[in-house]
Design a protein around this ligand. Structure first.
Ligand code: C5P
Length: 238
């Protein structure tokens, strides 16, 4: 596969076309953004760390029967993914209260959520990814009832699997965001990345954030936590 034109520049990734229309070339950048891109910073090594963490997590999900877009790594920062038609719905799952769930609803930070919370957001940088309920999604045709059910089931399975994996390395999975796309047959497939940019991870022993909250809150070097997560995942794989 050879790399072609830049298709899309995201906040922390560049997506290129390839000579195969079914495959995309994704490059993880050494960049972090907060407040939907309003705050930007170069963070050396972040691309490599996110890419490596994402590979391990996608491969783990694949082994457990969760179909996803990840095909193969081609360097420390680049991978090949299935080309999908991304749907404009972000699916957030919350096991514990944090972030916007705390600021919006007066929840106690880190209170355990029962039942687990699932939320949909409309994927739009211009609109700051607003919350969307089922009927809003249906009325605007962003998904059908059957597809929404699939998204919910997908997110629930991914949550169970990731939660138990992180539990093995003494990390609590607080919340995370998933994105999906459709293949040529119109089937929904898990896409995007699975990294501490998209999930909150907290050390069970120290209560420390090992995710992008460190960057959002300017509370230190964000890559320390990412490196910790990666080395625990790598040790588990050995
Ligand atoms: O900000 P909020 O509390 O709603 O975020 C919930 C989870 O979803 C966090 O893990 C966050 O990193 C992730 N998220 C994301 N992209 C967004 C919004 C949230 O990855 N656009």
């Amino acid at each position: 596969v050879t790399r072609g034109d830049l298709k899309y520049q995201g906040k922390a990734k560049q997506v290129y076309l390839t000579n195969n229309s079914e495959i995309l070339w994704v490059h993880y950048m050494d960049q972090a953004t907060a407040l939907n891109g309003k705050v930007h910073e170069d963070i050396p090594e972040k691309g490599r760390l996110n890419s490596a963490i994402s590979h391990i997590l996608f491969q783990y999900l694949t082994r457990h029967g969760i179909e996803n877009h990840y095909l193969t790594a081609i360097s420390e920062t680049d991978e090949l993914d299935l080309a999908l038609d991304i749907i404009p719905i972000e699916v957030v799952t919350r096991n514990y209260a944090s972030g916007h769930f705390v600021s919006k609803f007066d929840a106690t930070s880190m209170q355990k959520l029962n039942p687990i919370v699932q939320e949909f957001y409309y994927k739009s940088d211009a609109l700051d990814d607003p919350f969307m309920n089922d009927s809003q999604i249906l009325a605007l045709g962003y998904a059908t009832e059957i597809e929404l059910e699939k998204l919910r089931n997908y997110a629930q399975k991914v949550n169970q699997l990731l939660k138990s994996l992180f539990d093995e390395i003494k990390i609590n999975l607080i919340d995370f965001k998933l994105e999906f796309g459709k293949n040529a047959l119109g089937e929904l497939i898990l896409a995007d990345e699975l990294s501490p940019d998209n999930m909150r991870l907290v050390d069970q022993k120290t209560g420390k954030s090992l995710d992008k909250d460190v960057f959002r809150q300017h509370s230190g070097d964000v890559t320390i936590g990412y490196r910790d997560v990666l080395s625990r995942l790598e040790n588990l794989e050995k």
